[in-house]
Design a protein around this ligand. Structure first.
Ligand code: ATP
Ligand code: MG
Length: 155
C-alpha cells in the first residue's frame, strides 16, 4: 500500500510537497494544469514503471523543474515513496535525477538496482505490470484487475 509521496523539484513541484494516502480509495483533485498527472507520473517514475519518454518528457532531465512564476530552475528532481507490502514490511524508495543526467536510486536508504526495486515492490501493485495506478486510456484493462487492489483511476 502506498502511504506517502514526497516530491521535490519534480516537474511543476518546485517546493518539497508531501501527499499522505490513507487506506481505501484516494483521489487527487485540482484545476487543469495544477499537477495531478505529474503526481501520478512521479509514482510511475520512482517505481520504474515508466521511463521519462512515457511521462511526457523527451529526456529524463525534463522531469526536473524548469522554472516558472519567478522561481529559478532547479538542478535536481527527487521523488520519495513510502509503501507497505502485503506482509506489512515498510519500503522506502527514492529516485533522483540531476541536470547533468546523473541518476540515483535508493531502497530503504541505500543505493539499489532496478531489479532490487522491482523485487521490493512485488505484491504491492506498483511493480512492473502492476495495476495500482490506472492511467487515462487504460480503463479497459481494469476488467483484468479483478482480485487486485485498485488505488485509483487517474486522468
Ligand atoms: P489536467 O487537469 O489538464 O489533466 P493536471 O492537473 O494533470 O491537468 P499536469 O499535467 O500534471 O496537470 O501539470 C501540467 C503542468 O506542469 C503544466 O503547467 C506544465 O508547465 C508543468 N510542468 C511540466 N513539466 C514541468 C517542468 N519540468 N518544470 C516546471 N513545470 C512543469
Ligand atoms: Mg492530467
Amino acid at each position: 500500500m502506498l502511504q506517502s509521496v514526497t516530491l521535490q523539484g519534480f516537474k511543476s513541484f518546485a517546493d518539497r510537497t508531501r501527499l499522505d494516502f490513507g487506506p481505501g480509495v484516494s483521489a487527487v483533485i485540482g484545476p487543469n494544469g495544477s499537477g495531478k498527472s505529474n503526481v501520478v507520473e512521479a509514482i510511475r517514475w520512482a517505481t520504474h514503471q515508466a521511463r521519462a519518454r512515457e511521462l511526457r518528457a523527451a529526456r529524463a532531465q525534463e522531469l526536473i523543474f524548469h522554472g516558472s512564476g519567478g522561481k529559478a530552475p532547479l538542478g535536481l528532481a527527487e521523488v520519495q515513496l513510502e509503501l507497505r507490502t502485503p506482509e506489512g514490511e515498510r519500503v522506502n524508495l527514492a529516485r533522483r535525477i540531476y541536470r547533468d543526467g546523473t541518476a540515483e536510486q535508493d531502497l530503504n536508504g541505500r543505493p539499489a538496482r532496478v531489479r532490487d526495486v522491482h523485487g521490493a515492490l512485488r505484491g504491492t501493485g506498483l511493480g512492473p505490470g502492476g495495476l495500482a495506478v490506472i492511467g487515462q486510456g487504460e480503463v479497459s484493462g481494469v476488467g483484468q484487475a479483478e482480485g487486485k487492489t485498485l488505488l485509483g483511476y487517474v486522468q
